[in-house]
Design a protein around this ligand. Structure first.
Ligand SMILES: Nc1ncnc2c1ncn2[C@@H]1O[C@H](COP(=O)(O)OP(=O)(O)O)[C@@H](O)[C@H]1O
Ligand SMILES: [Mg+2]
Length: 412
């Protein structure tokens, strides 16, 4: 039975769970703006200057137990069970309480941190230190769990009496158009589906990415800027600049997917700043971007180099790792457009450009490394290779076909 939480009953709920006293009144409670369709998030100030975040998943009352909050809870259990993971400060445990019947998760709320997406909206600069901190943290998560069966088994645990699919391949394209789509999306957005479906090379590249998807470590699977927090005094700290939150989608997966998701989230800052006007050519729009790509590039490069530096072994395991990261970046840009069409019912010229960029990333990933990052693959890897004995990329080995005669799908 789902008990819908609100500012009126949350104190009683927390009191019953032993997490606060009844003196902590409702005036100390506020609701956070929604980040998605399903969760309701409340923040409550309790004694000793502590703040709690109460996350409740709604809308699945008739569909049985939701796996997503359970998954987040399971991840925090994993951190406690395996301290080597919990010691990675940027992912240190925050969960205090989980109530499966009512789909409620309570975490410590970090009042001194702000969402990275909001931080960039208000900051005139994109300091590369932040990219470095994200890359180092993500590499630590992937490296420590890399090919470790015990972590994989732990995260395959199902809620009591439930069954779980162990692997979800996130390399999914856009579903084929059904007649209902005409009623569901604005007419401008049909262009997105048409362009997608008319591009055989794009569909083939996504099918190949699905085929080459290698689950080998624990991955966050929703690593966008909204799910990264930055300390308000980040520039005075040596450690714990960032915290990764929202582990609902965390699973055994492919590390290139996490990097692609976060790179796409950075690229969105640039794409959202393009000046779009019917009287402007695309070239002019690009030149007038409020946040040009060149301002984002240092963060992207710092993130990737810090990642490879902290996890050089990934390049031995996957010679084509950066190429796959670029392709997952393209895929994440497509998923962003889809989410925008579904939630805001909007599609404009900037999305047309975003789709074109996504297509380039997916079908021409080697060339895209230089155009998006401003450096060649060898340059990105070379500064890391100085310290570690890692193979330099060889052009011939890294070539992937731009056109596939037959699409191949596996595991999805
Ligand atoms: N520990 C925290 N400290 C500060 N803010 C947080 C914390 N946890 C979550 N938030 C804020 O709450 C929002 C929602 O949390 P999140 O776990 O991402 O839930 P959702 O699944 O609804 O996106 C975040 O985007 C962030 O702004
Ligand atoms: Mg979130």
């Amino acid at each position: 039975m789902l008990l819908p939480l609100s500012s009126h009953n949350v104190i009683q709920y927390l009191h019953a769970a032993g997490l606060c006293s009844l003196e902590d009144g409702t005036s100390n409670t506020f609701e956070l703006p929604k980040t998605n369709q399903k969760n309701c998030n409340l923040v409550v100030n309790v004694g000793d200057n502590r703040q709690l975040l109460i996350k409740q998943e709604r809308g699945h009352e008739n569909q049985g137990i939701s796996h997503e909050l359970f998954n987040e809870w399971l991840f925090y259990q994993l951190l406690q069970q395996f301290p080597v993971l919990g010691n990675i400060s940027a992912i240190a445990p925050l969960v205090l309480h989980f109530d499966q019947d009512n789909s409620i998760l309570v975490r410590s709320y970090l009042g001194e941190y702000v969402e990275l997406g909001k931080f960039y909206q208000h900051s005139e600069i994109l300091p590369s230190e932040i990219g470095t901190a994200i890359g180092t943290t993500l590499a630590a998560l992937h490296r420590v769990t890399f090919q470790r069966q015990e972590y994989r088994d732990f995260m395959a645990t199902a809620p009591e009496g439930q069954f779980r699919y162990s692997f979800y391949n996130p390399a999914q394209g856009v579903d084929s158009i059904s007649p209902e789509i005409f009623a569901q999306v604005p007419s401008e957005a049909l262009k997105f589906y048409q362009t997608y479906q008319n591009s055989e090379s794009l569909e083939a590249a996504i099918a190949d990415l699905a085929y080459e998807w290698h689950p080998c470590c624990l991955t966050h699977n929703d690593l966008k800027l909204d799910n990264i927090l930055i300390h308000s005094r980040w520039n005075q700290l040596d450690n714990c600049l960032v915290r990764l939150i929202d582990w609902e989608a965390c699973a055994w997966g492919d590390p290139a997917f996490d990097l692609g998701t976060i790179l796409a989230s950075y690229l969105k800052i640039w794409l959202a700043s393009l000046v779009i006007d019917p009287t402007l050519e695309l070239e002019e729009s690009l030149q007038l971007a409020i946040t040009p790509l060149e301002e984002i590039q240092p963060s992207l490069v710092a993130l990737l180099q810090a990642y490879i530096n902290a996890f050089p072994m990934i390049l031995e395991y996957r010679r084509d790792f950066l190429v796959r990261v670029m392709q997952f970046t393209g895929l994440a840009l497509i998923h962003q457009i889809q989410a925008q069409i579904h939630h805001s019912k909007s599609f404009d010229n900037s999305h047309t450009y975003q789709l074109q960029l996504a297509k380039n990333l997916l079908t021409m990933p080697e060339q895209s490394i230089l155009s998006i990052l401003g450096m060649t693959e060898a340059e990105i890897v070379s500064c890391v290779a100085k310290h570690h004995q890692i193979p330099q990329p060889q052009k011939a080995q890294n070539l992937v076909p731009l056109y596939y005669e037959k699409t191949r799908l596996r595991g999805c």
